[in-house]
Design a protein around this ligand. Structure first.
Ligand code: SIN
Ligand code: CO
Length: 402
């Protein structure tokens, strides 16, 4: 287990989108992204031997344990003893973790791509899928016999073996009932139909709801590249909340209930029908358009995870100094930043901005490639909207020198 290489670190800043029908090396087992998407994505599992041949260089155990000790990183410790499971939440100091010699425990560390450049670079290999669907890279370290038990996930996942061996058993079973009273989601009845032992560099793709169980054979590490599958109810609730917050979008919001000509009542506790009728009419009158929805989706999906904190530069240069730096080194999107765009707007870390003509090409290029090279800035003169915007993002810690 070695430290990340310089090459992998540099790669984190350079992403060149591949054409859908171009070969993307061994990642998808010789399939093009288009073939994979058509045949397997959201449809059926795929085992890919040797998907990431240089994987062992990416992260080592001590780096992972170090991340599990940070309070801005989400980590969990799962131990298993005679059929019962226990779950603890981090951060974990090194001496709070069981010994590597003790069997059947697992450390899960979420969002490693946000803090570890080589893992960020690894995630970039999956950008044949939109950023809006990519979630994070979670590592699991396990000692012999360790795992998180048979379960299913509601989202797609690529399970990439980074160190040691793990036996994966899977099933497309319909019965997804869970054991009661467990701190983890454990299937009550697991009936595996296929199994494989994965070695470093091997990867297993699973669509949502495929039952699976991975058990470590000796000490091992697995990286799960997980996807976002927002639940409709959550999107609906968040949209309505967001929409209501921007009161100027609620037409007629200043109106009040009126009841000229109301008859006196002998049942004062009874809720008058006309109050409900008026409210219903108001609600039916609420209208949103495509732009409102676009704005919501962009802001919602670019919202940083709750524990993310950006590192702002200590002595940020002024705009001219920033331009000189960008010309010298180029810039890269910080791995914690989510930068998306649509026809009219860009969305960065939960904020929306207009994609005006003078910034459009720059923002789109930066968003798709995650970096701009020094030479891109040579012809750019200071004081314009592009330098102003990028300088602002640099000062917020959202982008950095490459
Ligand atoms: C693991 O890597 O142990 C768990 C990942 C998963 O099953 O999704
Ligand atoms: Co899983």
């Amino acid at each position: 287990m070695q430290a990340p290489t310089d090459r992998a670190t540099t790669d984190a800043h350079r992403f060149v989108p591949a054409a859908a029908d171009a070969a993307i090396g061994p990642l998808l087992g010789g399939l093009t992204a288009a073939q994979f998407m058509r045949r397997y994505w959201q449809r059926k599992p795929l085992l890919i031997r040797g998907a990431v041949p240089d994987i062992a260089q990416f992260i080592d155990r001590e780096t992972l344990f170090g991340l599990a000790d940070r309070d801005d990183v989400d980590s969990r410790l799962i131990t298993q003893r005679r059929g019962t499971w226990s779950l603890d939440h981090g951060p974990f100091a090194r001496d709070e973790l069981p010994s590597a010699r003790s069997k059947q425990w697992t450390l899960l560390v979420q969002g490693v791509n946000l803090y570890h450049d080589a893992t960020h670079a690894l995630m970039n290999r999956f950008r044949f899928l939109p950023d809006a669907r990519l979630d994070d890279a979670m590592y699991s370290y396990a000692t012999d016999g360790g795992g998180v038990g048979p379960h299913f996930d509601s989202y797609d996942v690529f399970l990439l073996q980074t160190h040691g061996k793990r036996r994966w058993r899977i099933s497309a079973q319909r019965d997804l009932a869970l054991q009661e009273g467990m701190p983890l989601k454990i299937l009550d009845r697991f009936e595996p139909t296929q199994e494989w032992v994965l070695e470093p560099g091997d990867m297993l793709y699973l669509p949502p709801h495929i039952a699976h169980d991975g058990v470590a054979i000796g000490e091992c590490m697995t990286c799960s590249i997980g996807f976002r599958a927002p639940v409709a109810g959550e999107m609906m609730g968040q949209f309505l909340f967001d929409f209501a917050e921007r009161a100027d979008t609620l037409k007629g919001a200043a109106r009040r209930l009126q009841d000229k000509g109301r008859e006196p009542t002998t049942t004062p506790a009874r809720l008058p029908d006309d109050v409900v009728d008026t409210t219903e009419a108001w609600l039916r009158n609420i209208q949103w358009n495509r732009a409102d929805v676009e704005r919501f989706v962009g802001r919602y999906l670019s919202e940083p995870k709750p524990n993310v904190v950006f590192d702002t530069p200590d002595n940020p240069p002024d705009e001219a100094g920033f331009l000189a730096l960008a010309r010298r080194r180029g810039i890269a999107v910080d791995p914690r930043t989510a930068l998306l765009y649509d026809r009219h707007c860009y969305y960065i870390n939960g904020e929306a901005g207009k994609l005006d003509r003078d910034v459009r090409d720059w923002v789109q290029r930066l968003a798709d490639r995650k970096a701009l090279e020094g030479k891109d800035f040579v012809t750019l003169s200071g004081g314009g909207p592009v330098t102003g915007l990028l300088h602002e993002w640099y000062c917020a810690g959202w982008i950095r020198a490459a």
